[in-house]
Design a protein around this ligand. Structure first.
Ligand code: SF4
Length: 464
């Protein structure tokens, strides 16, 4: 029997991209290939790209540069570039790296195996569509066929694209308008994932709270979806990311409260604490409204962990604007935050505001000040958990110490504890007493096992 060909996928960017990579891997496996984590031995290497941040471009071209020597030594191997940067740059990728065989966009991910096959006889191919091709992507939709890195946890993409126009964001132009997947398909997918041993599901979308707005305006479909997935037997934990603050509805909060499987975790991107900057960013809410929605969520949902996104140095951000951000961030007491330095993305309004760009040294100092405030509140939140008993879903051995296990609490917090029992492995559900809180993780002591894993294997996918 011929040895199957090997593929490697390197993923840049967000969870949406990671999930697209899982689904790409599923297509490659269906094509008779096997996954490898070693790009040097792979017959096909796919780069699933991101273009949200400037350094994502640099990372991609540096990775492609490294692949050049490998391709020269093994000319029969193939390199494909897909995802957001491929959508945006198209032909430029082949101009900058002519050893790439295939370029495909965000709307025709499912074409990758066919394009790789064609390019074996036809040479380099660029195929990027400007709108989704439902025919091509039909087989791509279900997460069920994806090759998942964690067999006990799965993402389900509930919508693609975004109808908002945030001034710094390139997503609407590379991912298109919002398109919601059919409600019943999503519930069926959750049921099938549960049957295959998955116990945790994360619902993914650029603006999950507006899920279904393109299907009906009569019902808040996202709240319905939380409840429906929460009724699926075997699904013990549901998370979602991200809601836009303007669309976080009372119905969603009520569904979180009334659905036991929904975890007490809310990622609510603030971006700036200055109304002036929020307006320039075209975020459609003011600080007061954000704070009010957050307060309502906290009042309704017991023990809610809240995380956020913040951008430092949006064009025109003054010292006073930034001070307002620090004040709001301190008052909101976030559990953690993703902080970004503004980087102009071609094709966005923000990129046209060059006259108001903030000098690098000013941004750097603001970034450091913000990080201090965030670290302080994260530490306070984590120290407050010491002495509590937490339910932890084990993810596997700790990366730094293999005698320790790492897992996530229901709030989504990373916790490490000693491996006291060999039977404990990825997918086990255990109780752990928290003994120490640090800004980015907790430490704890194993107490008891709630249940053994419900699933099987782990498959190598690469992340950048
Ligand atoms: S809501 Fe704004 S930041 Fe989020 S994807 Fe849409 S345009 Fe981008």
């Amino acid at each position: 029997m011929a040895t199957p060909k090997k593929f490697a996928i390197r993923t840049f960017g967000c969870q949406m991209n990671e999930h697209d990579s899982e689904r790409l891997a599923g297509l490659m496996v269906a094509d008779g290939m096997v996954a490898t984590a070693d790009e040097a031995e792979a017959d096909v290497v796919i780069f699933n790209t991101c273009t949200i941040r400037e350094n994502a471009d640099l990372k991609l071209y540096s990775a492609l540069g490294q692949m050049k020597a490998i391709k020269e030594a093994r000319p029969q191997m193939q390199i494909a570039v897909g995802g957001c940067m491929a959508q945006k740059d198209r032909h430029q990728i082949l101009e900058r790296a002519n050893w790439v065989d295939v370029v495909f966009g965000t709307h025709n991910l499912a074409s990758a195996p066919r394009l790789l096959e064609r390019s074996r006889s036809e040479g380099p191919i660029v195929e990027v569509l400007d709108a989704p091709d439902h025919e091509v992507n039909r087989d791509m939709a279900p997460a069920l066929y994806a090759v998942r890195e964690l067999a006990f946890a799965a993402w389900i993409t509930i919508q693609t694209g975004c109808d908002n126009t945030c001034a710094y964001c390139i997503v609407p132009s590379v991912r298109g308008e919002e398109i919601s997947r059919p409600f019943d398909d999503l519930v069926l997918e959750a049921e099938m994932l549960a049957a295959s041993g998955v116990s945790e599901i994360t619902l993914l979308g650029q603006n999950v709270n507006s899920y279904g707005r393109d299907i009906t305006r009569r019902r808040p479909l996202f709240a319905d979806l939380l409840r429906a997935v929460g009724r699926v037997e075997g699904i013990e934990r549901i998370r979602y990311t991200s809601p836009h603050p303007k669309d976080l509805s009372p119905e969603t909060i009520a569904a979180m409260v009334e659905t036991p499987a929904v975890c007490p975790q809310l990622h609510l991107p603030l971006q700036s604490g200055s109304d002036r900057v929020l307006k320039a960013m075209r975020r459609s809410y003011k600080v007061d409204r954000y704070v009010d929605r957050l307060a309502r969520a906290r009042a309704a949902i017991d023990d809610l962990a809240v995380t956020t996104d913040l951008i430092v140095g949006f064009p025109g951000e003054s010292d006073a604007d930034f001070d307002e951000t620090l004040e709001v961030v301190a008052a909101c007491e976030f559990d953690s935050a993703y902080t970004f330095i503004f980087s102009p993305r071609e094709g966005t309004r923000g990129a046209l505001m060059s006259a108001q760009f903030i000098p690098e040294d000013v941004i750097k100092s603001r970034f450091e000040r913000l990080k201090k405030v965030l670290d302080r509140s994260a530490l306070r939140k984590h120290e407050a958990r010491v002495g509590r008993r937490e339910e932890v879903l084990v993810e596997g051995p700790s990366r730094r110490n293999e005698r320790m296990l790492s897992g996530r609490t229901r709030q989504g917090k990373l916790i490490h504890f000693a491996q006291v029992d060999e039977s404990l492995r990825a997918g086990s559900l255990v109780m752990v007493d928290v003994t120490h809180g640090a800004p980015y993780h907790l430490l704890g002591e194993y107490v008891s096992t709630v249940r053994a894993p419900r699933h099987k294997v782990r498959i190598p996918l690469l992340h950048s």
